[in-house]
Design a protein around this ligand. Structure first.
Ligand SMILES: [Fe+2]
Length: 182
């Protein structure tokens, strides 16, 4: 199987993957890149968000994400392979979009809303990434040392998503929505 991404500068081209273990490793290296990048992203969003609840939520998930990076390092160690980062165009596109919106939006409340949506989108993408990794780990027959850390990360993405979702409908956000609605 050949996975090709057009732009060679993205360093996402994969020469050859011919078994499930290599595909698992490829996806693991991508998620390792995602988690490392998201530590920085969440830190920036925690600083830039003006809503206290949202800012705290991003800061909490930033700290969780640091632990998620360590869990993925444990998985690499369990596989007896060095931790490897593989650039992921999905995350790079989300980052590009975030920077474009930061440039385009002056209103603090509106930027918070853009962050909330970006956060929810990112969590859903991460949940799907972990679902895929867990599915492959089961098929390959990896033991708990590999499947448990992936599950823990998945659970944290899920609760981060739920937290943002609950925030979006919380009563203290109502005045904000009202203000932003023409
Ligand atoms: Fe994460």
């Amino acid at each position: 199987m050949l996975l090709i991404v057009g732009d060679p500068r993205m360093e996402t081209t994969v020469d050859h993957i011919d078994d499930l273990e290599e595909l698992f490793h490829h996806k693991l290296a991508q998620q390792y890149y995602v988690e490392q990048e998201l530590v920085e992203t969440l830190d920036e969003m925690a600083i830039n968000a003006t809503n206290d609840q949202m800012s705290e939520g991003f800061a909490d998930h930033r700290d969780e994400t640091r632990t998620q990076v360590q869990r993925l390092e444990e998985v690499f160690a369990e596989l007896d392979r060095p931790a490897e980062r593989r650039k992921t165009p999905i995350l790079d596109a989300l980052e590009e979009e975030r920077h474009a919106l930061e440039d385009a939006i002056d209103d603090d409340d509106l930027l918070d809303m853009a962050y909330m949506n970006a956060g929810m989108m990112t969590e859903r993408i991460e949940m799907t990434a972990y679902e895929g990794l867990s599915m492959m780990a089961t098929q390959i027959g990896y033991d708990d040392e590999i499947s448990k850390p992936l599950e823990s990360n998945y659970d944290e993405e899920k609760s981060a998503y739920r937290e943002l979702d609950a925030m979006a409908t919380a009563s203290d956000m109502k005045s904000l929505w009202d203000r932003l609605t023409p």
